[in-house]
Design a protein around this ligand. Sequence first.
Ligand code: MN
Length: 402
Amino acid sequence: MTRIVKFFETTLRDGEQTPGINYFAEEKLEIARALADMGFDTLDCGFAISGEPEFEAIRLIARNVSTAEICSICRCFPGDIDRAWEAVQDAAQGSIHPFISTSPLHREAKLGKTRAEVLELARTGVARGRQHTPNVDFALEDTTRTEHDFIFEVIDAVMKEGARFVALCDTVGFALPWEFGELVDEVRREFPTIRISAHCHDDLGLAVANALTALMHGAERVDTCVNGLGERAGNAATEEVVMAIRTRRKDLDLDVRVDTTKIIPTSRLIARLSGMRPQWTKAVVGANAFAHGGGIHQDGVLKDTRTYEIMRPEDIGLPPSERRMFVGKLSGRAALNAQLKELGYDLTPDQLARAFQLVKVILGKKRVLEEMDLRRCAEAAMSPTADVEALALETVGEDGRE
Ligand code: MN
């Protein structure tokens, strides 16, 4: 039976750790509402102990968003754990997420703690959390650089204390997909009843591949951020994981219970509030994700969009009118014709040929055509006396390139 993937949506926590982002409480609430409306299971809303504004923002979300589980993360110290629970305790469904670094590098260089000390903190952290709620998940920070016998020791301890999900974390984006898959296999062999969440970073551009691999190997849940935000190169992008699963669900035998038509509105909301627009070629939500530049591609898409598009714009909430035919140096007559039709020009084949010639001349001198340029081309092409070369010069000015 097709398995429904769960999401630990961390746009409001790891995503806000993106250097340069700082949401105010009302903005965090707006984002939380958008994510809850999309159908994500758990919203990781922040680090309650990190300060008063963050605590207040998490509590505001907990009190106002009831359709998703509201989570705060915490270190394994009693004060952290109690504060995290205090922030989410008013939620219809609240959870807390203690974590500790387990890798030798982090133990020695960052924490200055032995294996035994880290193990004890993990155990007591979960035990303390469980005094507040059964919804205690535990993360082994930097799992993928941790000795496997120690991973097992820690998991054994936290499961005995009643941890619900265990997050295997590729905190520094170091894992290769097959390694991460093997890790999930090994852990599941050792702990058949474990529920795994996969936390993957994108330092090598492998976050989504690692997350999907973990799911294929039996992880139940993935940690993701909209627009791929997060520490450094970011986390596995929510929209990419969602659409990879939805688009290939038959082959993966997985699916999502997410309203994909809210992907673009939510991505744009976060781009606006974070001040960070996704790169143009970003999968799913980039401005060019449904734009076509080459003449052969444009001709194909104009005949049947499926020739070069594996998703439908409407499925992610992108108005079909925003599917762009880019008229550039490499584009063809079909795209130009389509573009001119949208501007209200219906050219004969001869006129189109003249307009096309004019476009190419202009694009030898100017990088990008604007709407006015296209209009001039169409009008010149329709006037039998127009001098194409002279018009091109007039359009771009005497000094040529911008
Ligand atoms: Mn992270």
